[in-house]
Write a protein that binds this ligand. Structure first.
Ligand SMILES: C=CC1=C(C)c2cc3[nH]c(cc4nc(cc5[nH]c(cc1n2)c(C)c5CCC(=O)O)C(CCC(=O)O)=C4C)c(C)c3C=C
Ligand SMILES: [Fe+2]
Ligand SMILES: [Fe+2]
Length: 366
């Protein structure tokens, strides 16, 4: 605790989680190895995982390197996340009451949890708030990051009270900020299209293997809640919209419909599409390459009469404002805010909530 003009100021470390991405072409393979050897991603017995994970990573390296080459050989995710962290930190520190510092911890590429936990320990906060940049909880994203953080914090000897904000899929401020960016893109697309061409919004979320959802992962349900909240905030009468899932990376059955299938349906129905990434809050390869290059080309090939993409939130002031409110409300409540159980708050402390239990199951198979 610090004293400012004789007033005690608590120090709060806010740790923003994201997935991370390679910072150079030679980082692509080790980044993919980190990803595919994570027990939250590759759910096979521990003794085969290192071998199988490295095998899958090796097979994917070429295609992923080609994608990152389009972005200059690296992912922009770290810079964009650091910009989000700076904007949030500035806003949190205008409110008084406590001194906030935002840290960024990536799951599969640097800066990773061990280094960040040591930096947080050295700053000597009174408490820590874990803030995933995943609005919807999945065992593969938030669950995996929280598990990695807890282990890293223990190794770093960081033992201060820690609160985890497990999800904010239908938080009203988050939905309103998302709806505002969708509305601007929708109005722009509508103005550019001939009036007789209908427009459909495709809310495109990252996919998941179906088995993960069947084992209790709340992600798909939470994606549906986000879309319902955003559509309500948009308030466009008779809005044509659907949910679809992109970025399938393994041969298993993934949840659907796929974004490709929805493009085929749009071509068949002769409607233009406004594609809105709904589970990513930053631009990265899956928006800038998959949505902007691959699916756009596919839409043209199929004869979809128009293709426009809604930008990801990045440091949009409405989005940063929503994160700021979430942090402040979580601090005031002293427990995680989440609407997993249909309410506005997690019914139980994080250690007991359904998300934490799902995370514990990942550890069982690790
Ligand atoms: C089984 C594999 C994967 C699952 C499950 C998965 C879930 C998942 N991922 C995100 C968000 C991101 N994924 C990113 C990259 C990425 N993801 C996978 C695999 C799975 N993701 C791979 C192999 C990669 C690397 C890129 C590639 O090879 O295509 C990224 C960052 C990419 C960047 O450019 O920095 C994000 C962000 C979510 C939200 C999610 C499930 C809910
Ligand atoms: Fe992914
Ligand atoms: Fe929860």
């Amino acid at each position: 605790m610090r004293s400012v003009r004789g007033v005690a100021m608590q120090r709060v470390a806010v740790v923003l989680f994201n997935l991370g991405g390679p910072d150079a072409p030679e980082s692509v393979r080790p980044f993919l190895e980190n990803l595919f050897t994570d027990p939250a991603i590759l759910r096979v017995p521990g003794f085969v995982r290192p071998w199988l994970g490295r095998f899958i990573a090796r097979r994917r390296t070429r295609a992923a390197t080609e994608n990152y080459a389009i972005l200059g050989g690296r992912s922009p995710l770290l810079e964009l996340t650091e910009a989000q962290a700076s904007a949030l930190e500035a806003q949190l520190n205008t409110g008084g009451g406590a001194e906030y510092r935002c840290f960024v911890a990536m799951r599969y590429w640097h800066p990773m949890s061990d280094a960040v936990a040591r930096a947080v320990r050295d700053w000597a906060p009174d408490r820590v708030l874990l803030l995933p940049l995943y609005p919807q909880y999945s065992t593969t994203t938030t669950g995996s990051s929280v598990a990695a953080w807890e282990e890293a914090a223990a190794r770093a000897g960081l033992s201060v009270p820690t609160t985890t904000l497990c999800c904010y899929h239908s938080d009203p401020a988050f939905a309103a900020a998302t709806a505002a960016t969708v509305r601007a893109a929708y109005d722009g697309a509508r103005a550019d299209l001939p009036p007789e061409v209908p427009l459909r919004i495709l809310f495109s979320a990252h996919g998941l293997p179906e088995t993960i959802v069947k084992r209790g992962d709340p992600y798909q349900w939470q994606v549906e809640q986000t879309v319902a909240s955003v559509v309500e905030a948009l308030g466009i009468e008779g809005l044509d919209h659907s949910i679809c899932y992109q970025s399938r990376v393994t041969p298993q059955k993934w949840i659907g419909p796929s974004t490709e299938a929805e493009l085929e349906r749009a071509a068949h129905d002769k409607v233009a599409v406004l594609v809105c990434p709904i589970a990513f809050v930053s631009e990265h390869s899956e928006t800038l390459v998959e949505l902007d290059v691959e699916y756009r080309e596919e839409a043209e090939r199929l004869g979809v009469p128009g293709y426009v993409r809604v930008p990801a939130q990045n440091s949009d002031p409405g989005f940063i404002g929503a994160l700021h409110d979430l942090v402040r409300r979580t601090e005031a409540a002293g427990r995680p805010l989440c609407s997993y159980a249909g309410g506005r708050q997690c019914p139980k402390p994080f250690g007991d909530c359904p998300h934490a239990r799902a995370t514990a199951r990942i550890r069982e198979v690790a």
